[in-house]
Design a protein around this ligand. Sequence first.
Ligand code: SF4
Length: 88
Amino acid sequence: MRVVVDLNRCQAYAQCVYAAPRHFALHGREALVYDTAPDDADRAEIERAAQACPVRAITACADAPRKAAEMSVEASVETSAPGTGAAR
Ligand code: SF4
């Protein structure tokens, strides 16, 4: 799965660190470090951390939809490539 933290939103409350200490840590008082690609087996722990975040800075999603989105982007790039007649 993929995890993204909006660091502009994060206020270093550390609730995610308590909820999922193997995936989130604070270095110093304000620098959050986190696992961007945790194993799917840890989904419940990551979702607990996302729910615990008071400013909703954590977004987690499965890998499968991301791959589908990438395929969609690749398809649109192919259809707009020079010589296909799609681009003007
Ligand atoms: S709980 Fe939210 S605000 Fe607090 S450190 Fe984690 S991501 Fe940042």
